[in-house]
Design a protein around this ligand. Structure first.
Ligand code: MSP
Length: 639
């Protein structure tokens, strides 16, 4: 017996998205595009591994969690679940989902860090730059706006912080060669951006740890340092396959065939990631593709109006196929393009309802009406040669576009055959053949149309997840798993039935008004929520138990620049309090002073210390909190 030939592998990835807020259709764009490629490759005979996931560590996530009064872990757990729900909704066929808080990932990152350190490619030094205390952010001089923090506009201070660096400069020549002498990075415009903006300017070593926050993977041999996002995030592409843990998947699928992301993070994928792999002596990915951005109409769209582009709302109203089709067809893959509701609605009406929907509806209706759905393969006829060859050529053309990948062009080719099919109906006028009784020709015309529809539906399977399946039901044949039958004449006989359209023609004006109403409702809801949050009742106020306390001892918190650890006496007992007041006081100044304590707060852990309450502060224009110091004796009620 001949040995079964092993399928070639194909490994494709999206970026891992930050678990700091809800995802929008921009994130859907990358994920749906990779999904279409993954589905195409599976149907084309490849053993595909499609990976996506979430980037869950870092200061921003920690801050977002704090704002919601949650622990970072509970916060990212909720978001990771919501993100996975979104991918289920979008019919994403990912094989793996990695979270950077997965224990296996955390261990692998700590090992990678140690390995690079032992090799000398990571070293400890000092980061010097500008520091914005309220934002806890470091900036270089060139990042400042008018000499001030680009985020909050406040004064910055010169600072030095001990941190670890990755020796990126050592790999500059090899990375330059990779970008300029191979097809590693696409499209070409991205290569020019990388070379001109970064490589030609000289690659400097990259700071890869921080000590100003602690939500992240600790440096195993120096745990006051937290491994900074990119060194934690980029290796997800190998840790997800079990790299470092004897992963079978790693052996099978690495090196990656295609990393896809938008242009703003190409630098990390095309420069930093290959350099890390070079330092680890691992094979490099075969291709990195940096696509363009979906823009949301410049500054016209307010943040809350962003709700109209909430993928859950759009798919509730128009279905998954509509949103997938719009995302994949509307923009040239490498370029930016603007999102507007009008463009989405016109794509639905013009392409899905008019062109495809009408073709399917008319053809199945004629098949039913003229032949009770039974249509057989006819003799070849010269008159149909052009239409048939367009059908025959389709799979190859789509394959060529998918390989680039130019997904919108692949869809254009399919819709070109759909357009020709509609023209073929108009040119052959089946209703007249019926009138003149030319049943043989009538059968041939309907058969050819059914074949055109079948091959188009076959080629649409990677892009749309609902409509093609329904079309195969209508054609009365099993949905294919591959493209082997995507040729004219593969079916000998059809037994068709009529099907419900997947989408009906939309009244664009009405839809726009309704989308606008949804956006306004969302805006109002946000506002009411904010107002409700701002105003509290007297009962709410009296829920807080405020007391005068004596500060008996105070010391610095080693890992946190902004925190002090205090021992206070509340009239009954001593408590430990961690407070963000280190920018205003030296610890010894506070001993013997009085403070106002919120005494009935749930204890919270800050930098590993359990804080049993909170001290009231005033925050001035400089953003620095200073204690409210009441009179009275320890234990007095404040109201
Ligand atoms: N966590 C990092 C990536 C680490 S990968 C090792 C990150 N996350 S992100 O949540 O900000 O996602 C950025 C990516 O989301 C973009 O590169 C792109 O793939 C996708 N997009 C987000 N908004 C987009 C648009 N408006 N348009 C197109 N893609 C968009 O960066």
């Amino acid at each position: 017996m001949a040995a079964k030939t092993k399928k070639p592998t194909f490994y494709i990835t999206t970026p891992i998205y930050y678990a700091s807020g809800a995802l929008h259709i921009g994130h859907c764009y990358t994920t749906v595009a990779c999904d279409a490629i993954a589905r195409f490759k599976r149907m084309d005979g490849f053993d595909v591994y499609y990976l996506t996931g979430t980037d869950e560590h870092g200061q921003k996530v920690q801050q977002a969690a704090e704002q919601k009064g949650m622990t970072p872990q509970a916060f990212v757990d909720g978001l990771a679940e919501r993100i996975q729900k979104l991918w289920q909704r979008m019919d994403i066929s990912n094989d793996g989902f990695i979270r950077t808080t997965d224990k296996a990932h955390e261990k692998a990152i700590a090992d990678i860090f140690t390995k690079l350190y032992e090799k000398g490619d990571i070293y400890k030094s000092e980061y010097s730059g500008k520091y914005c205390a309220p934002c806890e952010s470091f900036w270089t001089s060139s990042q400042l706006v008018d000499g001030k923090c680009p985020d909050c506009g406040r004064e910055v201070q010169d600072t030095k912080e001990e941190c670890y660096f990755f020796r990126l400069s050592k790999y500059a020549d090899r990375v330059r060669k990779l970008l300029t002498e191979t097809d590693f990075l696409q499209p070409d415009s991205r290569v020019r951006e990388m070379v001109n903006n970064f490589i030609d300017k000289g690659l400097t070593d990259l700071a890869v740890t921080r000590t100003s926050f602690d939500w992240g993977i600790k440096v195993p041999f120096d745990p006051k340092h937290v491994i900074y996002v990119w060194i934690d995030a980029l290796p997800n592409y190998i840790t997800a396959l079990g790299y470092g843990a004897d992963g079978e998947k790693y052996k099978k699928y690495w090196p990656c065939d295609l990393h896809v992301m938008a242009k703003e993070i190409v630098r990390f994928h095309a420069i930093v990631w290959p350099a890390i792999l070079m330092a680890l002596d691992l094979p490099l990915p075969k291709r990195v593709y940096g696509h363009g951005w979906i823009m949301f109409g410049g500054d016209k769209m307010s943040k809350s109006k962003g709700n109209v582009v909430d993928p859950f709302i759009l798919t509730d109203r128009y279905g998954v196929d509509a949103l997938r089709y719009y995302l994949l067809s509307s923009m040239p893959f490498g370029d930016d393009s603007n999102y507007t509701s009008e463009l989405l609605l016109s794509a639905i009406n013009n392409d899905l309802v008019n062109d495809l929907g009408n073709l399917v509806r008319r053809t199945l209706a004629m098949s039913k009406q003229y032949f009770d759905g039974e249509v057989v393969k006819p003799q070849a006829d010269e008159r149909d040669a052009e239409y048939k060859s367009a059908i025959d050529a389709l799979a190859e053309k789509v394959r060529a576009d998918m390989d680039k990948p130019e997904l919108n062009k692949a869809l254009e080719k399919i819709f070109d055959v759909i357009g020709r099919s509609n023209k073929y109906i108009d040119a052959n006028k089946p209703w007249e053949l019926k009138k003149t009784g030319d049943t043989v020709r009538l059968n041939a015309v309907i058969y050819n149309l059914l074949e055109g529809i079948r091959v188009c539906a076959n080629m649409l399977l990677p892009f749309l997840t609902k409509y093609p399946t329904r079309i195969f039901d209508g054609l009365g044949i099993a949905e294919p798993n591959d493209f082997k039958a995507a040729k004219y004449g593969a079916v000998k006989q059809f037994k068709t039935t009529e099907i419900e359209p997947i989408l009906n023609r939309l009244d664009i004006k009405k839809e726009l008004a309704e989308l606008e109403a949804i956006a306004n409702q969302a805006e109002e809801k946000e506002q009411t929520k904010a107002e409700e949050q701002e105003l509290i009742s007297i009962d709410d106020f009296f829920k807080s138990e405020l007391r005068v306390v004596d500060i008996e001892a105070c010391e610095k918190v080693e890992k946190a620049k902004k925190l002090l650890k205090l021992t206070v006496f509340d009239g009954e007992r001593r408590r430990t309090i961690v407070s963000g007041i280190a920018m205003a006081y030296a610890p010894e100044e506070l001993v013997g002073k009085k403070a106002a304590l919120v005494a009935n707060l749930k204890p919270a852990k800050l930098c590993g210390i359990v804080s049993e309450g909170m001290l009231l502060c005033s925050v001035g224009e400089d953003g620095i909190p200073r204690l409210v110091m009441p009179t009275g004796k320890a234990g007095d009620k404040i109201c």
